[in-house]
Design a protein around this ligand. Sequence first.
Ligand code: FAD
Length: 264
Amino acid sequence: NTEEPWRPFNRSRVYMADLESALHYSLRGEVAAHTVIKGEALSSLKKYISVLAKYQKHFHYFPGRPVAINLLRSVNSWLQNQTGDEISYEALREMLDNSAQTPDTALPEGERWVGCQGSQPHLRRYPCGVWTLFHVLTVQAKNAEGKDPLEVLSAMRSYVRSFFGCRPCAEHFENMARESLREVTTLSSAVLWLWSRHNRVNNRLAGALSEDPNFPKIQWPSPEMCSACHTVKGNGEHSWNNEQVLAFLLSYFSSSSILTDYLE
Ligand code: FAD
């Protein structure tokens, strides 16, 4: 909707409105493209929702408002109870609609992008929200001392493979996962893996048509955001200080740093 007013925001913060909007579009838009969900897609969806609904050691993997957490829990228990070979999207939609009738259980009715606003309606928004959501999930899994370092990334991988609307993106992401996901052996390396693959994508897309001119693709975070993350060697060659990058990511995407502006 081009009429939407611009929402001023801080470019170096994460907004809950973007995380909730990403969930909304994922469940009501992207998954809805499948009339029947079965086989690999059904197991992908179950894995994805169970990661989103997970709570461990006082950490919600999706660190949202109680209403959103309640919704994810209901969807998760409903999905885990579906023992047949397939479900229809219609049944999932009904489930989402019915849950929304229950007090204290809801996702927003629509999308409201803030940190992921684009200068034009076809720029940023959902893909930006997906990256943000998955960075937050890897950080929450690290905080919650999750047992399986690959839990979040493999849920993300299979969600993207089964559902992500941009098919070339899904293919690129699958190639990166196939190539190096096995190198992830700790929760910290999972956080760093997603960061470094996201930078590879940024590198590939810099200057492409999908780039919002007001949000140029950079090797992130910029030296202005985290000077300690960058090391410049004597010969002028740039390298990352991974320890500092990790500390930066853990703080940047932590639930206590997420801003709640513009929520209903
Ligand atoms: P995004 O790249 O979406 O990033 C969102 C926000 O995350 C940024 O604003 C910044 O605050 C932060 N950020 C940036 N870099 C990093 C980082 N390295 N680590 C942590 N946080 C960071 N588009 C294509 O055209 N071709 C593709 O092949 C493609 N593959 C994709 C694969 C996946 C899995 C996803 C989720 C998206 C893909 N996209 C692809 C979309 C593309 O990556 C961007 O999401 C889109 O162009 C919008 O860009 P953006 O400016 O909002 O920033």
